[in-house]
Design a protein around this ligand. Sequence first.
Ligand SMILES: [Zn+2]
Length: 264
Amino acid sequence: MEEKEKTFLDEPVIHWGELTRENLLCLSRYVDVALLPVGSLEQHGPHLPLDTDSYDAKYILEEAVKLLDCPKPPILPTVAYGVSDHHMSFPGTVTLRPETLEAVIMDIGRSVATHGFQKLFISNGHGGNTSVLNVVARKLKKETGLLVFIDSGDSMEPGKKELVKTENDVHAGEYETSTSLANRKELVDTDAIPELEMNFPHPSMSFDHKPNFQFAWDTHELSSVGVLGDPSKATAEKGRELWKLGAELMAERIKIVMEMRGYL
Ligand SMILES: [Zn+2]
């Protein structure tokens, strides 16, 4: 029996930027969801690369998409900068103002909607972006009808709960160092991994405290080493399991979004 010729639609991952305009048009007839990684360029302690959030936001999308049936939604190029003002006292951080990030995502959303996509699924690798993205989601819905879904590390949560033992582990700690050891070991300076050193003004203001009681902190106020969590507990094995569980849940979520009808 003659084998059916493979096309770009059979690729395990489809990157928007690598398609011709004709192939993008063709794909938009099959799928109405576009995927957008949003990250940051900010200090991640003395031991992790500055682009950790951007790399991770894209990586989990790629791993999730591999688990989906064809045809798959395309992954837009990563928005590699985010709102990182709270890390500016450490070297290497480049931040956008919240209004700049809002303007960038609004324009990406408008463009995607113009080309026939009705939904935008954002994989957000950086907590500092979340409040802006929520505002954008509402504005884009009102202006263009585009439905925006935001996964700010939420797909990683069940795995984190199971595998990460450190409380308040949110930045360059056990979780992020494990995931980096799993897929970019060569970029982790394991000799520079610091001890746990984190102080909150009051116990009720810690990240894991319920009910939540947050304020606009700067990272150096909570940790002189710029690490929120305990990277000394990180292992590559833990990281691999975190990625696996996270990608599975994100794939499920993208599938739900792809199959959603009747909201538009
Ligand atoms: Zn990070």
